[in-house]
Design a protein around this ligand. Structure first.
Ligand code: UT7
Length: 328
């Protein structure tokens, strides 16, 4: 049993930062950013809350699905950049959309979050009688955590949200999720600091103690090394479960981190780049939102069509990875 993506929706903030705009913060240039990452510009949320972006994307998906919000039985929000430690973004999005008969919670698998959430949506749909629709939202405001003094990371990220409405179906489906926690300190952003009043001297070392407070830290090379293996692995593990080959896939929708990572993965899989949907040039890396944003754009442009086979493959902090093969 698989799922049917009934509809997609998306929202990106108005404000755009071009590569040249980063010259205001760091020693960089458009040429370096474009050739090393493929990114030209990205959106910035400014004062727009993360939940607002998620709710806008969700409302569009609900409207396009032609369902009543009250028919939604479950809301899963993938986010690594929640506005609050509590309540969840999913609960706030529930309030905004009026999907008041749903259970709601957030999940954080960083940039792999959408694939994780989609697979959990499917499992919930198939085991919870009476649940007809699940709303999956991926919403991210990376700009809140990015260190605008670190030229190696600040130029990569952007903000945005996307959502899908899913229901049970007998369409083709396979997914594989994975994680390597030994790489956790390679990409991290601390959410709370220890109260100085109760801090005692200690030699406690967990791999994070030297990382900045409240700013995103990444070891770009270590993440790159993981990513070029993780993307093909995500596909291969999901594909092996249903005996499908890369040639049978119509479209690959990868996590949009760096076009060089995607090119290396494409080469490994023996798939031409023309089969990869790329949006990082105009949105940068929007973490968990990047795969559904690309899906939504490809659907809107008529590139991805009903009946086609899609492989969504992601990797991210954790270090996590995940692949989902679906029939659209
Ligand atoms: O969702 C997951 C998120 N993270 C990732 O996917 C990150 C994966 N890693 C990457 O994409 C790449 O490693 C980066 C884009 C972060 C960096 O690219 P790179 O080709 O690995 O560059 P590098 O770190 O080896 O740096 C090469 C040079 C250095 O200068 P020196 O030491 O050779 O003089 C850097 O200081 O480029 C310099 N550099 C820059 N120069 C201009 C680093 N960032 C910039 C910049 N503008 N923004």
């Amino acid at each position: 049993m698989g799922i049917n993506i009934l509809a997609t929706g998306a929202y990106v903030p108005q404000q755009t930062l071009t590569n040249d705009d980063f010259k205001r913060f760091v020693d960089t240039n458009d040429e370096w950013i474009r050739t090393r990452t493929g990114i030209s510009e990205r959106r910035m949320a400014g004062w727009e809350p993360n939940w607002y972006m998620g709710a806008q994307a969700a409302k569009q998906a609900i409207e396009r699905a032609g369902i009543s919000p009250e028919e939604i039985g479950f809301i899963i929000t993938a986010t690594a950049t929640s506005d609050f430690h509590t309540p969840s973004m999913a609960s706030v999005i529930q309030r905004e959309t009026g999907a008041l008969n749903a259970a709601a919670f957030d999940m954080n698998a960083a940039c792999s979050g959408f694939v994780y959430a989609l697979d959990n949506a499917r499992r919930y749909l198939q085991t919870e009688p009476g649940v007809k629709y699940v709303l999956v939202v991926a919403t991210e405001a990376l700009s809140r955590f990015v260190d605008f003094e670190d030229r190696g990371s600040c130029i990569l990220f952007g903000d945005g949200a996307a959502a899908v409405i899913v229901e049970n179906s007998d369409k083709l489906y396979s997914a594989a999720l994975g994680s390597d926690g030994t790489g956790a300190p390679f990409l991290c952003a601390r959410s709370m600091q220890i109260a100085p009043e109760i801090r005692i001297e200690s030699d406690f070392e967990d791999g994070f103690t030297d990382k900045p407070l409240h700013k995103l830290y990444q070891d770009g090379k270590a993440v790159y090394k993981f990513a070029v293996k993780a993307l093909p692995t995500a596909f291969e593990k999901a594909a092996a479960k249903i005996g499908i080959s890369a040639e049978e896939i119509d479209w690959f929708i990868p996590h949009q981190a760096n076009v060089r990572i995607i090119e290396t993965a494409a080469k490994h899989l023996g798939v031409p780049m023309e089969k990869f949907i790329i949006t990082l040039d105009h949105y940068g890396n929007t973490s968990s939102a990047s795969i559904p944003l690309a899906l939504n754009e490809a659907v809107e442009k008529g590139i991805v069509k009903r009946g086609q086979k899609i492989a969504m493959i992601g990797f991210g902090a954790g270090l996590t990875y995940g692949g989902a093969i679906i029939e659209f």
